[in-house]
Write a protein that binds this ligand. Structure first.
Ligand SMILES: CC(C)=CCC/C(C)=C/CC/C(C)=C/CC/C(C)=C/COP(=O)(O)OP(=O)(O)O
Ligand SMILES: O=P(O)(O)OC[C@@H](O)CO
Ligand SMILES: [Mg+2]
Length: 237
């Protein structure tokens, strides 16, 4: 603990550097393989995200503890719900599902989080979270009972992102859904980037170097990759 995780975003923006987070879904992660998994990640990996749309109770804590003992990179909770809060991580993305109209994911989980957060020193980072259609129904859409936004309504997505910034979000996350067929488009990323000044995270369906570079060039400060490394780790171990 004691890392200033938000500053890693603002410093990257000031220095025109890019960030790469690898998402570990505790649901499908074997704790015993943590050290080996971390060794295989790309050298440019800056952050480890831990979260899933549904994770058995207690698994997050075990996964974070195992990761902590093998890396000095910041470990950031990316929780699907309040049960995934654990004190061993460095920070938590306090996600607000701005694309949906389900009060549970706009304020309900957040209120339930407060008593748990009191017992931690996690750095809490307010993050607007916008679910965009990635070509197949995502776990996030299913779990939250909300619909993803169509990729062609760019102005609507921009307006939502701006509203989130005005409400006080410190980061904005454009999400196509884990395992998306189609990542968030370059046009959406650059339109949102032009409108907001907080750092932009883009994830969902990004598997190749080219897709990653497209997202950075369009204005993403951070790209998140999950499924790509899940598959590789399963086949390589
Ligand atoms: C503030 C607190 C405590 C929680 C936030 C609650 C909110 C608003 C969550 C946003 C909606 C949500 C369910 C996000 C989950 C994000 C996530 C970790 C997605 C990764 O999904 P996977 O579990 O990898 O999907 P698969 O099931 O396809 O593997
Ligand atoms: O698993 P992938 O498709 O890389 O998506 C990562 C992340 O944005 C999902 O929440
Ligand atoms: Mg997953």
């Amino acid at each position: 603990m004691g890392k200033n995780v938000y500053q890693t975003f603002t410093s990257a923006v000031s220095a025109s550097n890019t960030l790469l987070a690898i998402l570990i879904d505790p649901d499908v992660f074997e704790v015993a393989t943590a050290a080996q998994f971390l060794r295989k990640l790309p050298a440019e990996t800056t952050h480890i995200f831990v979260g899933g749309s549904s994770v058995p109770n207690g698994k997050t804590s075990a996964v974070v503890t195992a990761l902590k003992s093998s890396t000095a990179k910041p470990i950031v909770l990316f929780p699907g719900n309040v049960s995934q809060i654990c004190k061993e991580a460095d920070a938590i993305l306090f996600l607000n599902l701005l694309s949906g109209r389900n009060p549970e994911y706009l304020i309900g989980q957040h209120i339930k989080a407060v008593p748990k957060l009191r017992h931690t020193s996690l750095e809490v980072i307010s993050t607007g979270y916008i679910l965009i259609d990635g070509g197949n129904k995502s776990a996030v859409a299913r779990v939250t009972a909300t619909n993803a936004l169509p990729q062609d309504d760019i102005q609507h997505i921009v307006d939502i992102a701006k509203a989130g910034e005005l409400l006080g979000a410190k980061l904005m996350y454009l999400e196509a859904g884990s395992g998306a067929k189609v990542p968030v488009s370059e046009a959406i990323i650059s339109a949102v980037k032009n409108e907001i000044s907080i750092p932009l995270i883009v994830g969902g369906g990004i598997k190749t170097e080219i897709q990653k570079q497209i997202a950075y060039k369009a204005g993403a400060t951070m790209v998140v990759m999950g499924t790509h490394f899940e598959v590789r780790s399963a086949s390589n171990l």
